[in-house]
Design a protein. Structure first.
Length: 301
């Protein structure tokens, strides 16, 4: 098979791991920088050009689209869909998962467990917004933030008011969420491929830090998840329309709650901690499922 990986750099661990896994299985693989792609948007002959040449003959595309290039990156994925190329994660699914508010609304509509969440434009009724999510302590998140950036724990009512007003003065769209104290600064990352959780790890933030992101100093360990957690992760990925996803869960007193569904989850942490060849499983999934024109959206939306 001829597989393309949409990624800004081939040296990134996740990208390199996928490249090595594909080569190991005898496939031809190319790393394509989506920002260097340019597209011929024609009714009957859509095409993508890259470094002066037309990209042709691909059997599958693995999008590794960073949050900062979501708009252009998903346009490139959509163009491949229009060309009938199988994309592991489709453009609409990636866009859904990147929009924190939209993704939470979709998950809530399907009954997935979530932290109580508030969203508002005006700060006129901040006290009621804070009360809606159960009062302080609470978490304030910028909708556009990633990897723990733009996420603040407000421990008192006054702090919550100040943070909300500060973010809104910057014209930032924010979510106000219930703080799940019983999680104690930890979360669970579930790697979902198709309809299975293939690997899971528990991430624990350092002392005094409620964010568990590994690049912020968090520690990780292999974990056995419960059947309810497994079901929740699989359902969340399916609702987003993602075939490959990293689903972040918190263990609350009322069961697992979903924090985020990631369309380009990193491989380094999960492979290092669990010893599982997750990249190889992604390639195996492509081998079983990729075929021309097999896309749910066919470039729509």
């Amino acid at each position: 098979m001829k597989i393309g990986i949409l990624s800004r750099k081939s040296t990134i661990y996740s990208t390199n791991s996928l490249v090595e896994a594909a080569k190991k299985r005898g496939h031809f693989v190319s790393v394509i920088d989506p920002l260097r792609c340019y597209m011929d948007i024609t009714s009957h002959h859509p095409a993508i050009h890259y470094k002066g040449e037309k990209l042709e003959g691909f059997d599958a595309i693995i999008p590794r689209i960073g949050a900062s290039i979501t708009f252009y990156g998903t346009a490139v994925v959509r163009q491949f869909e229009m060309m009938g190329v199988y994309c592991v994660n489709e453009s609409v699914a990636i866009s859904r998962s990147r929009d924190k508010l939209r993704s939470l609304q979709l998950l809530a509509r399907k009954g997935i467990g979530l932290p109580v969440t508030g969203f508002a434009h005006s700060t006129k009724f901040t006290d009621d917004l804070i009360s809606m999510v159960g009062g302080a302590p609470l978490v304030v998140k910028m909708i556009e933030g990633t990897q723990g950036v733009g996420v603040v724990l407000a421990e008192t009512q006054q702090a919550a008011q100040s943070v909300i007003q500060a973010f809104r003065s910057l014209k930032a769209n924010i979510l106000v969420q219930e703080f799940i104290q019983e999680s104690r600064g930890s979360d669970i990352r579930c790697w979902v491929i198709g309809s299975k959780v293939v690997a899971a790890m528990k991430r624990q933030g350092p002392e005094g830090e409620f964010r568990s992101n590994l690049h912020r100093g968090g520690q990780a360990a292999r974990i056995k998840i419960t059947p309810e957690e497994r079901s929740t992760a699989i359902r969340a990925a399916k609702i987003m329309g993602l075939r490959v996803a990293g689903v972040d869960l918190l263990r609350s007193n009322h069961g697992p709650v979903v924090m985020e569904v990631n369309s380009s989850p990193g491989l380094k942490g999960i492979e290092t901690i669990t010893g599982i060849d997750v990249a190889g499983m992604v390639i195996s999934y492509i081998e079983k499922n990729a075929c021309p024109g097999k896309t749910g959206t066919k470039g729509k939306g």
